[in-house]
Design a protein around this ligand. Structure first.
Ligand SMILES: [Zn+2]
Ligand SMILES: [Zn+2]
Length: 870
């Protein structure tokens, strides 16, 4: 039997064993109850970082636990290979822009780029010990997956929920595509606030207006002031002349104006931000566009046409300054909406886009959110807040390439625009390649062309529960698998992935997608700041595995609370490593003691064994309850405490003599607990627990891997077993006493007496006490046999000094000269040299009591109401 644990070799060996033995295989034909995980398809734009390692490991805890609970676990290995982030990286890598290269060539480059990470990430998942089933593999750019996205779109289109509209949408000029509200992030930045001069048309008076976007002056159509702003109200109804463009614009009053911002006078342009947009609708202003889809100024901008936004802003500020129309500039802190893929500031553009009607279904989404159990519970509020704040429908079309094509053809005649929707049977289809179903438009005889747009990537991701449950492919399996058990995900995509999934599944199958949602931890760098490659503070999880082993990395992952910010914690990694070593040593002790055989439960169980079994079952019960609530940290701590502080610190010392003597009760107890603790730790530390299982238990147990063995059951032990706790306390106290005296723990004690009000239990366990502590002679005595006497009279200096001042010294000496035995009670009288008699109570004197046993002063140790006499 190996006495040392070869971590690296063992982890590799079992990973291979699990793979070849298909330990994680989901059995579609099985009648067992199903636990299904809507595993987040890992985005294929790089390898795993520390955050992914923790998040997937937390999901794996649930998968492994449920497998041992007897569930048929559905946990797919999957990757997300779609969308703009991959395109952005491909553009960077090849130094190209999407419009400089043929569509299919660009798609090919994206696919190659994404696929290049999949093999490595798959092997990283394995090294982390993640128990995903490779037979359930999927990738979101597969025709199989995209076909389902297209069918789901066709269904929604037929329900009348999809429409094409020309509304201003959030637009990323860098990615050159529409983005949904959910994809707009808010970044803090410092910009310049420019005070520019408008002229009153009639009086020629200067009116100062502050703006951060002077390049939009060319689309200024209206100026507004607050109705209660007494100094500005006089402008209402007048006409102003805009600087540089000399347009005549009216002034209105509007209570949305903030009178304290800038000069209190606002110019309204089409379109700088959402406020502008609201005003455009309110005052029915024509949508003049100063910026095109590439982020360049249009002809509306006159001499600035063709310039990029920043360049145009610089130019116009310079021109305003030259003309004397710029009063001053100052810094302004502002929150600006940026593209979440590339951080470019978002513009508003009016473009023809496909929309999914989502505004109608707020109530339904909130209703479904209530039917789902959220872990942690407060995360549901994030979704509620988002849904409540939604103001626009969802633009689902993107002007990109590497995504699912929108399955339709359109008549190019702008007066007609007839839509030819693909047939479900014809999907998957790419209408940029496949010719239209008609040669000419049946309505107007115009040209019909395939839709060039693709779907927003969330259109794919938000049907993952339908893909996983074989919707539209296997009705029987769908019935068995839908809704799924768990959606694990990150909190920053609650407003996208969680929201869109709930919405779409409601629209398509009218039922919640999952029973539970688990929001993973957010991992920070060791110093507690977010990890950024540019800051050089990222941590590679593979290096952590190298240094600490996979089980220790997983232990740390367990300690990261769900939904919380958790820095990489080297202390926890070390603790995980120490727990592994402890577990190894405890089990080696058990294996050696049991000498290869499986003990059966025969005869009575020893009191001490009942006591530790009680503690053990309690720990199993608590850990199980924590796991049911996805409280991984608490579950591990329960069993960890038991192993260190009940089993190893106490019980193992207490049981050695009986184990070595072949006691059946001791052997049965050690087998039960030894197997049970590795089972409870198996989801967290799968490698070392498998190694230990195979080393000894496997030959006696049915299952070929601990990871498909049954979770330990909870058994109620007779409550009287708990009272044996006093035996542990007495032993612990005497061991402590030995160590304080500088004695080795195996130092032989000639004779020890114990006086206890109820000695029955201690007497019953006398063998345990004497063997554990190496006591030659242990006697139980009656407390009456002990007499108490004073062994020291201690002056209380802090009170004697201030009260007796000059006399304090003499008083202290006299107290010390007293024979302690003669002082029974307080107060005592002391006569000082000048004949003055003082009476001292407990304020001034402390009497330390000791015991006398058969006329001899003895050392004692109190353990509750039990007295140990040496
Ligand atoms: Zn972008
Ligand atoms: Zn037509």
């Amino acid at each position: 039997m190996a006495s040392n644990y070869d971590r690296a070799a063992s982890e590799k060996k079992w990973q291979q064993f699990w793979r070849t033995e298909k330990i994680y295989r989901f059995d579609a034909k099985s009648d067992k109850k199903v636990y299904s995980i809507d595993n987040p398809p890992r985005y294929a734009s790089g390898t795993l970082h520390a955050g992914h390692a923790v998040n997937y490991t937390q999901i794996d805890f649930a998968a492994r636990y449920k497998r041992m609970q007897g569930y048929n676990v559905f946990f797919p290995l999957c990757f997300d290979t779609n969308g703009t982030p991959i395109e952005v990286q491909v553009e960077k890598k090849h130094g190209i822009s999407i419009d400089q290269i043929p569509r299919q060539d660009f798609i090919k480059k994206c696919r190659e780029f994404a696929n290049s990470f999949i093999k490595e990430m798959t092997s990283q998942f394995e090294m982390l010990g993640e128990s995903m089933d490779p037979e359930l593999y999927y990738q979101t750019d597969s025709e199989d997956y995209r076909r389902l996205t297209q069918i789901s779109f066709i269904r929604l289109h037929k329900k009348g929920l999809i429409y094409k509209g020309e509304f201003p949408v959030n637009w990323c000029p860098r990615c050159q595509t529409a983005v949904a509200d959910a994809e707009v992030e808010h970044k803090h930045r410092t910009t310049k606030l420019n005070e520019v001069i408008f002229k009153d048309k009639d009086t020629g008076e200067d009116v100062i207006i502050a703006t951060t976007r002077p390049e939009l002056l060319c689309t200024c159509q209206l100026v507004a002031v607050h109705p209660f702003d007494s100094s500005k109200r006089k402008l209402v109804g007048r006409k102003l002349i805009t600087p540089m463009f000399n347009r005549e614009v009216p002034v209105v009053d509007d209570d949305k104006v903030d009178p304290d911002f800038g000069s209190g006078v606002v110019m309204i342009c089409t379109i700088g931000d959402k406020d502008d947009l609201d005003w455009c609708y309110k005052y029915s202003l024509p949508m003049e566009m100063a910026i095109d889809e590439k982020g360049r100024m249009t002809s509306t901008a006159g001499k600035y046409e063709g310039m990029e936004i920043i360049e145009a802003r610089k130019e116009i500020i310079e021109d305003l300054r030259k003309e004397g129309l710029l009063v001053k500039q100052h810094d302004l802190e502002q929150n600006v909406g940026v593209c979440w893929r590339c951080s470019t500031p978002i513009e508003f553009l009016q473009m023809p886009e496909w929309f999914l009607n989502i505004m109608k279904f707020k109530k339904e989404v909130l209703m479904i959110a209530d039917q789902i159990d959220w872990h942690p519970a407060y995360m549901k509020q994030r979704l509620v807040d988002w849904v409540t704040s939604l103001a626009w429908d969802w633009p689902i079309s993107r002007q990109r390439y590497f995504a699912t094509p929108i399955p339709l053809w359109e008549c190019t005649n702008p007066e007609c625009g007839k839509v030819y929707l693909a047939e479900e049977e014809g999907c998957y289809v790419d209408p940029t390649i496949t010719p239209p179903p008609v040669e000419k438009c049946e309505e107007c005889g115009g040209e019909v062309e395939g839709c060039q747009d693709v779907f927003d990537t969330w259109m794919d991701s938000s049907i993952s529960p339908l893909y996983n449950t074989f919707w539209e492919r296997d009705p029987e399996l769908f019935k068995k698998l839908y809704p799924m058990s768990l959606r694990p995900q990150a909190q920053d995509i609650i407003r996208t992935w969680a929201y869109y999934t709930i919405l779409r599944e409601w629209l398509l199958v009218k039922e919640k997608p999952w029973k539970e949602v688990m929001i993973g931890a957010y991992i920070l760098s060791p110093d507690g700041t977010p990890m950024h490659a540019s800051k050089g503070n990222t941590v590679d999880p593979m290096e952590l595995i190298e240094d600490y082993g996979s089980d220790s990395v997983r232990y740390w992952a367990a300690m990261c609370g769900l939904g919380e910010d958790s820095p990489v914690n080297f202390k926890e990694l070390t603790r995980g490593h120490r727990l592994g070593t402890k577990l190894w040593n405890v089990e080696q002790f058990i294996f050696k003691g049991l000498e290869g055989s499986k003990p059966e439960r025969t005869g009575a169980v020893h009191t001490i064994d009942l006591w530790i079994l009680g503690k053990y079952y309690q720990a199993v019960d608590s850990a199980t309850k924590c796991l049911d609530d996805y409280e991984f940290d608490k579950a591990v701590k329960e069993i960890e405490y038991f192993i260190w502080h009940e089993l190893a610190d106490h019980y193992i010392e207490m049981v050695k003599h009986r184990l070595y003597a072949g006691d059946a009760s001791a052997r049965y107890t050690l087998y039960t607990i030894g197997l049970g603790i590795i089972k409870v730790l198996a989801p967290f530390m799968p490698h070392i627990t498998e190694e230990l299982y195979q080393q000894f238990y496997r030959q006696h147990e049915r299952e070929k891997s601990i990871h498909i063995a049954a979770w330990p059951e909870f058994i109620q032990v007779e409550s009287s077993a708990a009272s044996a706790e006093i035996v542990r306390e007495v032993i612990a106290a005497i061991r402590n006493w030995k160590s304080e005296k500088g004695m080795a723990l195996n130092t032989v004690l000639e004779s020890v007496q114990i006086a206890a009000p109820e000695a029955g239990l201690l007497q019953e366990c006398a063998d345990t006490i004497t063997s554990t502590l190496k006591i030659k002679e242990l006697n139980f005595i009656n407390k009456d046999e002990l007499a108490q006497q004073t062994v020291e009279v201690k002056p209380v200096f802090k009170n004697i000094g201030p009260t007796f001042k000059a006399g304090a010294k003499e008083l202290t000496r006299k107290l010390r000269e007293l024979d302690p035995k003669s002082v029974d009670v307080l107060p005592i009288k002391i006569t000082l040299s000048r004949g003055k008699e003082v009476e001292l109570g407990e304020e001034y004197v402390e009497l330390r009591k000791g015991y006398v046993f058969h006329g001899e002063a003895v050392e004692t140790l109190a353990v509750g109401d039990v007295l140990v006499v040496f």
